[in-house]
Design a protein around this ligand. Sequence first.
Ligand SMILES: Cc1cc2nc3c(=O)[nH]c(=O)nc-3n(C[C@H](O)[C@H](O)[C@H](O)COP(=O)(O)OP(=O)(O)OC[C@H]3O[C@@H](n4cnc5c(N)ncnc54)[C@H](O)[C@@H]3O)c2cc1C
Length: 405
Amino acid sequence: MPPNSYVSAPAHDAYDVIIIGGAMMGAAAAWFTASDPDFDGRILVVDRDPSYANCSTAHTNSCIRQQFSSALNVRISQFGADFIQNLRGYMGGDPRVPQLKIQNYGYMYLADTAVGADALRASHAVQRAEGAETRLLTPEELAAEYPFYATDDLLLGSINTKDEGYWDYMAVFDWWRRSARERGVEFLAGEVTQISHDAGRVTGVTLTSGDRISCGQLVNASGPRAALTAAMAGIDIPVEPRKRYTWTFSAAQPLCRELPLTVDPSGVHIRQDGADTYMAGAHSHIDPAVDPDDFDMDHEIWMDHVWPAIAARIPQFEAIRVLREWAGHYAMNTFDHNAICGPHPELTNFLFLNGFSGHGLQQAPAMGRGTAEWLVHGGYRTLDLSPFHFERITAGKPYVETAII
Ligand SMILES: Cc1cc2nc3c(=O)[nH]c(=O)nc-3n(C[C@H](O)[C@H](O)[C@H](O)COP(=O)(O)OP(=O)(O)OC[C@H]3O[C@@H](n4cnc5c(N)ncnc54)[C@H](O)[C@@H]3O)c2cc1C
């Protein structure tokens, strides 16, 4: 059987852990759990779309950053960067596993208002306290280091070129799934349609095939469909599918140095993609929740908003040619833009792994590790992820991340 294929029927009718969703988060949770020496149970990962064609993971821009406003998110990305760059070591030194690097062109946050500049300064202080190498740049410094930017309207830039930039998520994703299978995890093609629970415990799931499978613990790793999955257990979570558009393009005059992932005040972001090609991302001004099957492109947004914004910031991008375009979905936590993880307070064997907006790929190592710790040990052993627990939502106490792209 190919190392990444899914089976069409479960081998057992009961598992210690069932994970709904086998993309980046589900694969991370499965691999970390199966790799824990104290775990000797059975894990089943169920995914309704084993091709991964429509999941968030398949539509990602595949970058990592240290520039967050909360210390916990900085630490999560520090572990992410360490995991990526030491993948083989984390996989027990397996010589089949590639050695990965981060393409450190950095993220460049640009501010054109005093409020925006203050936010960059505040985040900079948090990041530096955590050991990140973020630098603040005046417009003059910006123009000297990155001469292609138009800087007339800018007040401040913020960049970090260590552990920030593009990485090969597919290599990590593939190896999590391959290694998890080698450790006995089953990957099943199927859609969960019902979650049974009794006396404050999840007891199992039902699939469209009619199969009923029992479980000891259940993980919701269903991305933009997270609220639909939670609703099957009678739980309401503030996670919505929000459409995000991506374009890749070539430029008649390529830039003189690598383009950082530039977060422009217009709301558009652009970055280096290939040697002489670039990538832009944006969303519509009104940003409604969409149907999880809606992947239609909005062709006007490129002409009316995105291209004018990037040509204004980088005048060399007046002459560009679009190569590819696609729409994907963030699983947006509308309450405070942060992850929701850990157990439900009453249905205590139902675990969340949801609401990662545009930064779930880089968070997958730390969130997978933390979820495994909770599943196996009933508590966190490394990073304390409890600020992301569901209780903050019912208590109406947001744990806000402001550095959202
Ligand atoms: C355009 C775009 C750019 C992004 N750029 C970045 C970036 O640069 N860096 C970064 O860190 N993050 C980025 N992200 C975010 C990142 O891609 C996501 O946070 C991450 O991939 C989420 O993974 P996931 O496994 O939670 O969800 P998904 O990848 O959506 O996977 C969920 C899985 O659950 C399955 N599923 C759902 N419901 C059921 C059910 N009932 N039964 C069985 N299976 C089910 C689905 O089929 C799917 O495979 C980006 C996202 C987008 C859309």
